[in-house]
Structure formats: C-alpha cells, structure tokens
Design a binder for this molecule. Structure first.
Ligand code: SF4
Length: 1022
C-alpha cells in the first residue's frame, strides 16, 4: 500500500471497496491522513456540496417519480411528435409502454421495454437515459432541440427516430421541473464542476476501476489540473487459473433438493471441528439462541446508484454507513457467494448452527418479500378498489364486468391477518379467514368497518396503505420497535422496509403522484438484510467474525484477496448469471446519440469472478446445480466455462469436457456430488441418522380399527330429541357408500368440505328442490290442482315465476348451512338466471309426465320424525315427491340436475347396483304407506329434460315417461317388488361391510372418482 502518500484522492467503484481499502490501510499501518478515499459518486457529491450552487442531488426514487409524472402528462396529450403527429403509445395510468424488442419502434412510436422480462415503463426507460446521458453535450443538445420542436433527424436530433424525440422532450420537461425544485442530476453536476472547482493540483487514483463512463471521462478531461491515474480492476479480460496453493473443487448437487444439503456439507467439511468456542450444543435440534443484525454486516451491501438498475438499496445513503470487514482480517472462515443469499441462509443456517457454527448473512431482500412489505402489499391489494377492473368477454356469457365482490380477494386480507402486522392472534386470523370464506355476502366495506373498530393496527396500516399517512408510519415504527418477541435482526429488516416505503412515498409526493406510484416504486426496492445466528450460549453480535458468511457475489468480491479460507461460489449457471447485456430502449436511444456503454455485464462478471478466485486462501469451490427447479438441465455461466478453459490444453476441443459436469478429467479430482434420492438426509441437511424420538405406526387405511368401529355411524338425534344409538343411515349415505366406500368415509365422516361458501351443484340443487316443492305446494293451495297439465301450463308458469322470485329474495336470509344460493358475480347471476329458465321450461316436460298420477307427498319424511327399518338397520330420509294414482300405486320421484347412465336399472346387468335412493324410498313407502310402488324415477330438470331409474312396464305406459331409455329402465319380466327386495338385500350386505369397518377404496365406476375429494388415492380411476 503505497498510495497514502502519492495520492490526494483514491476513488473506488463502490462504498464496500472504499471501506475495505481504508481498513486495509489501517491494518498495514499506512496512514491515510489527508487522503480522501471514497466511491466516485460519493466524492462527486462531496465536491458539489463544497463548490456547487446549493442545489441538492436528486435521488433515484425522485428521478423516477418525477419522470413518471412527466410520462403521465405526456400520455394526456403532450407526447406527440410534431412532425409526424404520431403519438407515443402510452398507458396513461401507469405510463407503461408496449413490449417490443430492444428498440423504439419506428412508425408506431411504441416505446419499449426489456425484451427479456416485462416491459419497462416509459418513466424507467427515460430514467435510465437521464442517469447515463445528462451532462453529456450531445445528449443535452438533443434534449434542447427536442424541446424547441426540431424535427427528428435534424440538428442535434440526427439519427433519432420520431418515437425517441417525444422521450427527449419529456426529459427536457423533467429537467425544467428539477430546476424549479432546486434539485440537480449528478450528471449535470459533473458537467458543471470543472468550472467551479479550484484549479489546484490534485493527484487522483482510480483504484480497482471499471471502464470510465463517458461522463467521468469528460469530467477528468475538463480538469487538466488533476493528475489522474487509472488502475483497472483485474480480470476484465477473463478468468485466470486460481492462485498457487488454492485448491479448486467443483460441487454438483443434482437438483434443488440436494442443493442446500451439499452446501451445508461443504461448509461443515471446511470448518471441521473449528467450532469449539461454544459449549457443545445439545444433540437434539436447538434453534439459534441469538439472531441479531450481524456487526459484520451491519448495513448490508453497498448502495450503488447507477441509475439504470431496476432496484435501489433501501437504506438510503450511499456513503459511509457500512461497517465492512477489513480485508486484512478474514471476513469468515467460509464465505458463500450466492445469487440469493437470504434464501440460502434460511435453508442452511439452522443446520450449521445446530452443529455449533456461527453463520452470518449479508444480502438484500425485495421489499415485497419482507414481512412488512408482504403485509402492506396484501392489505393494499385488498383495499384497492380499482383492481380487477375492466370488462372481459366470456364465451357464452358475453361482456362481463367484475362486481364489487370480485374486485377484492379474500386471500389478501387473510395474508395480512396472518402477518405479524395485523395485531391479531393466529386463532383470530384463522377465524376471520373462515368467516369470510363461509359468507359469500361478506362486503369489503363491512369487513373494514369491523376491523377498524376492533383493531388499531388495521387502522394504521389502512391509512398507510391508502394515504401513505406519515403519522401511521410513525405508529407502525413504534409497534415494530415494541415487538421484542422477535429477533433484533428481524425488527431492523422491517424498519428498513418501512423506511423504504416512506422514501418511495416522499418521492411520489414530490412528483404529485399518488399511492399507486409509491407502491410501484417500493415494490422494486430491495432492503438490506443482515443477521448472525449463533449456537445457544454464544453471543453472535460479539463475535469477531462468523464461521460462515453467506452473501451475494458482488459483496464477496469486495471483501478483498485472502479474506477467507474457503470461498464457495454458488449458482454458477447461465440462467443465474447471464452474460448478455439487457437490451432496452434506453441503450438504443443513447447509441443514437453516440453515447456508448462503457462497461458490459460480461466484464463485470469477469472482474467479480477474478476477485472471488483471489478471496480464498485454501479452497475455491465452484458450485453448479445440475438441474433447475423444473428438473431441466442447467448450463455453466460463461465465466465458469472460461475458467475451466484455463486448465485445458485445447479449449477448442470438446471430447475432454463431454460429460455431465463439462469438466476435463484433471478438474474432476475432489468433485463434490449429491443426489436427490436421499430425501430425508437432504431435508435434514445431514447424513447423520436422526435420533428416534417416537415411533408412530403408519395409519390404517381402508379399514376402521375395531375400537373405532362403533363410531362408523354416529348416533342420531331424532325429532323430539330422542337419541338413537343404533346405526341409522339415509338413502343418500347408502348410495354414496355403494359408489365407493372410501369416498363415503372421506365425504361423510371426515367431511373434507371446502371452507368456502359455494355456488355449485349442491346449492343449485337445493334451490331447485325447494322451488319445485314450493311450486307444487302452491299448485294445490292456490290453484286447487295437484298436477301440471297442458291446460294449466299458463297458470303454472305464472306461479313458477312467482315462486322463483320469492325464493331468490329469500336466499340472503337463509343460514349458510342451508346451502343458500348467492350469486356474487355477473357470471353467477347469469348462471342463476339459466337455472330459473330450466325450471320454467321443466313445466312443459312435467305436463307430459305420468299423466295418470298426481303428486301427493312432497318432501316426504319417510320415517315420520323417527326411523324406519330397512335392510336390517334403521333408516331416515326425505323423498322429493311421491306421485300416486287412483289405484293406490305410486311412483317415487327424485329430482336431479343431471343424469348419468348409472341411474338406469339396466346397469345391474353389468354386475353393479347403480343408484338406489329412489328404490330404497320405494321399499320403505311400500311398508309405511301401504302403497304399491311401480316406479323409482330420477327426473332431470336440467338443460336436457329426461328420466331414468326403474319402473314397472306392465303398469306405466312408455309414452307417460318421455325422454327415457325405456329398455334400460323397464322391469316387465318380474314383479317390481322383486327389484325392491333384491335392492334391499344388496344394501343389507353392503351395510354389514360398512359397519364392520370396511372402507377400502372401491369405485363402482370411474365416474365416482370424478369429483372425489381424496386427492392421493391409489385406486383412483378415470
Ligand atoms: S378416488 Fe375413486 S377410488 Fe379413491 S376414494 Fe375417491 S372414489 Fe374411491
């Protein structure tokens, strides 16, 4: 370190490296008295504060907000090219521009986005142009000409397209607004500073430098009194072999399940028995005793402000806040550089801590992934009336606009309620969720009013989510500070997230934008996360250095050479580290103005990889997961391939690397592999067998244990309060058991019902049944007629219309348990109207049905309040309708919304019973009412009116049963009573099996499995 004397100013690419430089100087005893060591941006800021005109630097958030406001104004009509009269295609609300390739489209004036991901907003395209171009003469001149109405291709706008000129005009407006606000772009300051700085000799060293940007080059050439030396960062030309003495190893977990386990193995092996600083942890799993913000990582990675990045460090200041690890001392024994360090830390830290190691994290988390960010974003989605707006065209339903209920999602409120920021207990949160889901009539305004009354936290969160209320933010900050049941690191993270939102809110307010814009910006922010977890009995905060540091690649690269024993570079796939620069409209626009990109993604990756190679003193471990989360093969990133080529005799050959690892044989030595087959070991992150805490026998499936057999059918409470202890079943239960015993068990005994109040066949069926019951009741009471006949059709229709209207009005007043039918969307309203139409049309069919019979018993309780004997057991139930003729013969009618082949008697020829409900009722009615059953019929009121079931062909004429497959349903060769007896016998045998606990999955037809709630059934068919 000879620079302390030779230079007045040492500039480094970022704050991390500047801090590391200072520490290295301190460790080596080199004085930096009188030497400024800083990141370039921070240095310029300092110079501007000393010599500038008093204007403050605009922050990235303010820039984006002001440009968004300018963009919205442009969308309202300003952004029109004066020459072509064409208009940039903007979405006025958000300033989004159409997705296109990485250029601004000619003619259509579509403003463009990043072809690889989602469309960049026009504001962000403009922001990227401003950050890279403002202050450069060509850019400033183009902006000036665009504002003065010079046409595209003329003056300073030569080479510009007609779509780009309005963008430049908008940037001009933005710069004017900036001046009004007494703010300045860093690029403008850089251009002005040479005029303002005192012209005295200054020795400047750009250490570890990336290629200079055009703005930096212009600045230094305008300051000839500065002696500038540039020491380019090593590695730009590509990786080199690892330093002498550093062992290179490769690690290949085969997939995502093996990935954390292999990394934990690597860390453990590297640390060996090093963790002897603590009392040996208990053998059983003990959670980390301390989780505090790591002193080693007090503020996380550097907050770069390159103006083009899609995210911004939420900690605010880019200068002087970091407590970085001295490069002279080791940052940690093992440093793991990961693409997403927070995720990796969450997976491996608990296992390593259990084994006595202290593990630290330095990384960044998206605002929306923090607990606070998730909670406030969920609540905002719930409260935001505008969401799910617009009209959709749905085949068969036409244009559908969302109703109020559809504009909000119960899940959003539930997410908020289950967050630590709801102030609710888990029980209360689950109850709120269950209440909402069980009630289709729940209104957002009622829920808000209820929560506002009971829950001060909701009130504060609501004010913040809707109005970005400053007082609410202060209240929430106080709440977070009081959450002492959470770790300090967690609280710090949430406070950082809260401050990130406040900064986005401040920027939005400055630009005159609303909460939408602030939340859009906040979602793009990342907050620093840092923590250290240490074994019980060990003060993590007091540790000089953790055993393992998990961080991102850039931070690991900034730690300096020799900063750890083992460096593990993970995620070295082409997907995680693509070498190509993103192509977007800003790059194209700047190139049209001759502003070239100084640096490239590949060069940045090479420099980082070079630094990683030199960070380790003992081992460099390079990890690539062989398969991604979709089990597709991964490919090495470019720098990894380049690194491997350093060790090959002929990099153009392919045979030596034609293996799953793409490695020559000499690099396969000491390879670390892990497969995904050892599921438990991978999950536990350890190959050590877990101590057996308890042995639990696998549950018995397909049978009810002898002890529980008495509970297969629960006791019934009859009308009048009498409790019936002996097994008592309904025909529908019996039918369900016959369909599949296990399905019956799951539906009737386990009750795997949805929590949500439904709007489906069950509710529709109940509505139709009730309406038909009511209709016939009024037929006889009001019209004095029991049966619909062709002559009565007009009156019947009038009556049905009245019945349907009254039943519809009644639905909201029913209890949820009564399967009320509440439509909440336009689609559902149309489905209800369709059902009403079907019921109305059913009257024509009814007029032809069984003309010699008339409905006599409606919703008839066959057990008359008690229980009747059937198949050797007790039975109760209600028959939909019993029609009787003048001879004492009856037909049992069961209403159905749809009918399948299983309803016909003919299925018995296939050796199965088919549907039996109506046959059971017929047998019971034969005994209790003394009638002679001649039909057990299923009548469909659905779109296709039809009948199925069984009937006595010697009594009922085929013509009296329209739309029926008579040959499948008719019983003409034997008495109908034989069919009833035969059914009872078969049911008796089935009931014996049921009561003996036989609940094996045994579907009668594949159809049984269609709507079965047992999702993991080995017998599922169809
Ligand atoms: S999936 Fe089929 S076999 Fe399995 S329980 Fe359900 S109905 Fe029975």
């Amino acid at each position: 370190m000879d620079t302390s004397i030779a230079y007045d100013v040492v500039l480094l690419p970022d704050t991390d490296r500047a801090v590391a430089y200072r520490k290295r100087a301190a460790d080596s005893g080199c004085s930096l008295m009188g030497v400024t060591v800083a990141a370039f941006d921070a240095w310029v800021r300092d110079l501007w504060e000393l010599y500038g005109d008093g204007r403050a630097f605009v922050s990235r958030l303010e820039r984006e907000a002001l440009l968004r406001a300018a963009c919205e104004r442009a969308a309202d009509g300003d952004c029109v090219d004066s020459e072509s009269d064409k208009r940039a295609q903007l979405d006025g609300a958000s300033g989004r521009c159409g997705l296109a390739e990485g250029c601004i489209a000619e003619g259509a004036c579509a403003l463009v986005g990043n072809g690889e991901t989602e469309a960049l907003g026009l504001d962000r395209v403009a922001a990227a142009c401003v950050a890279a171009g403002v202050g450069l003469p060509a850019f400033d001149a183009a902006v000036r000409d665009a504002q003065q109405g010079v046409p595209a291709g003329a003056g300073a706008l030569e080479g510009m397209t007609c779509a780009e000129v309005p963008v430049l005009r908008m940037i001009g407006e933005y710069l004017d607004r900036l001046a009004q606000l007494e703010l300045i772009e860093p690029g403008q300051a850089l251009a002005l500073l040479p005029e303002l700085l005192p012209q005295r000799p200054l020795h400047v060293l750009l250490e570890d430098a990336a290629p200079l940007t055009p703005g930096q080059e212009a600045f230094f050439s305008a300051c000839p009194w500065m002696g500038v030396e540039v020491r380019a960062a090593s590695g730009s030309q590509g990786p080199v072999r690892a330093p002498e003495g550093v062992r290179v190893r490769f690690a290949f977990p085969s997939g995502q399940y093996a990935w954390p386990a292999l990394l934990a193995d690597i860390a453990r092996d590297a640390l060996g028995a090093a963790a002897d600083r603590v009392a040996a942890p208990a053998a059983v799993a003990v959670p980390a005793a301390a989780e505090v913000p790591a002193a080693v990582a007090a503020a996380g990675p550097a907050a770069g402000d390159d103006g083009a990045s899609s995210c911004e460090d939420a900690s605010g200041s880019a200068d002087g806040y970091r407590d970085g690890r001295s490069a002279g001392a080791q940052a940690a024994a093992v440093v793991v550089a990961a693409k997403d360090p927070a995720v990796l830390f969450g997976r491996v830290a608990p296992a390593l801590v259990r084994q006595g190691h202290a593990v630290a994290l330095r990384g960044r988390r998206r605002f929306a992934d923090t607990a606070f960010g998730r909670a406030i974003c969920s609540l905002r989605r719930f409260l935001d009336e505008g969401q799910a707006g617009g009209v959709a065209h749905i085949e068969g339903y036409g244009d559908i606009a969302p109703t109020d209920v559809e504009r909000w999602d119960r899940v959003d409120l539930a997410d908020w309620a289950l967050s630590p920021f709801s102030g609710m207990t888990r029980k209360a949160a689950f109850k709120l969720d269950a209440d909402m889901r069980a009630d289709r009539t729940a209104r957002r305004s009622d829920l808000c009013a209820r929560l506002r009354g009971d829950n001060p936290m909701f009130a504060a969160m609501e004010r913040l989510a809707l109005q970005l209320d400053v007082q609410a933010a202060a209240e929430l900050e106080a709440v977070v500070r009081r959450m002492t049941n959470r770790s300090e690191a967690w609280r710090v993270e949430q406070l950082a997230a809260l401050r990130a939102l406040q900064r986005a809110a401040d920027a939005a307010k400055l630009a005159g934008l609303g909460a939408d814009a602030a939340f859009d910006q906040a979602k793009r922010l990342k907050v620093n996360v840092s923590r250290i977890v240490a074994p019980r009995g060990c003060d993590g905060a007091a540790l000089g250095a953790p055993d393992v540091l998990v961080t991102d690649q850039n931070t690991a690269a900034s730690l300096g050479s020799g900063s750890c024993k083992v460096l593990v570079a993970t995620d070295l796939t082409s997907a995680a580290y693509p070498a190509a620069d993103s192509e977007d409209a800003s790059r194209v626009l700047l190139e049209h103005l001759g502003v070239k990109r100084a640096d490239s993604a590949l060069a940045r990756m090479r420099r980082a990889f070079f630094a990683l190679e030199h960070a380790a003193t003992d081992q460099l471990i390079l990890e690539r997961c062989l398969n991604d989360s979709s089990a597709d093969p991964t490919y090495p990133c470019v720098v990894l391939e380049e690194f491997v080529d350093c060790y090959r005799d002929d990099p153009t050959a392919t045979e030596d690397i034609d293996n799953p690892y793409s490695l020559p044989e000499r690099l396969q030595d000491g390879m670390l592999l892990r497969g995904e087959d050892a599921l438990c070991a991978n999950d536990a992150l350890s190959d050590t067998p877990a101590p057996e805490a308890a042995r639990i026998e696998p549950p018995l499936t397909g049978a009810v244990s002898p002890e529980a057999r008495s509970l297969v059918v629960l006791p019934r409470v009859l009308q009048g309060g009498q409790v019936l202890d002996e097994p008592c079943l309904s025909p529908s239960q019996i039918e369900s058991y016959l369909e599949c015993p296990y399905k019956w068990f799951a539906q009737r005994r386990l009750r795997l019902d949805d929590l949500d109040e439904g709007f489906g066949p069950l509710e529709m069926g109940d509505f139709a049944h009730n309406a038909l019951h009511s209709f016939y009741k009024h037929m006889s009471e009001d019209l004095g007629e029991a049966k619909v006949t062709p002559q009565l059709l007009a009156q019947a229709r009038e009556l049905m219309a009245d019945v349907l209207a009254r039943h519809k009005a009644l639905q909201p007043h029913l209890r949820q348990s009564e399967n009320r039918l509440i439509p909440t969307s336009q689609v559902e309203h149309r489905e209800l109207a369709e059902l009403e139409r079907k019921l109305m049309d059913y009257l024509d069919f009814e007029a032809e049905l069984l003309p010699t019979f008339a409905p006599k018993y409606l919703e008839y309780d066959v057990a008359c309040g008690g229980a009747v004997d059937y198949a050797g057991h007790k039975l109760l139930g209600t028959a939909d309708r019993i029609d009787v003729d003048g001879e004492g013969r009856c037909a049992i009618i069961d209403y159905k919304g749809s009918i399948s082949g299983s309803y016909a008697l003919g299925v018995r020829e296939e050796g199965r019973l088919g549907k039996v409900q109506a046959l059971i009722y017929a047998q019971v009615v034969r005994r209790t009412l003394g009638l002679e059953p001649v039909g057990a019929l299923y009548v469909c009121y659905g779109r296709r009116k039809m009948i199925s079931g069984a009937y006595d062909g010697r009594v009922i004429e085929n013509a009296h049963l329209p739309n029926m497959r008579h040959k499948d349903c008719m019983c003409a060769d034997r008495p109908f009573s034989d069919v009833l007896d035969e059914t009872e016998e078969a049911v008796a045998a089935a009931l014996e099996r049921m009561l003996a606990g036989d609940i094996r999955p045994r579907p009668e037809t594949p159809e049984a499995c269609k709507w079965c709630p047992v999702s993991s059934c080995s017998e599922r068919r169809g």
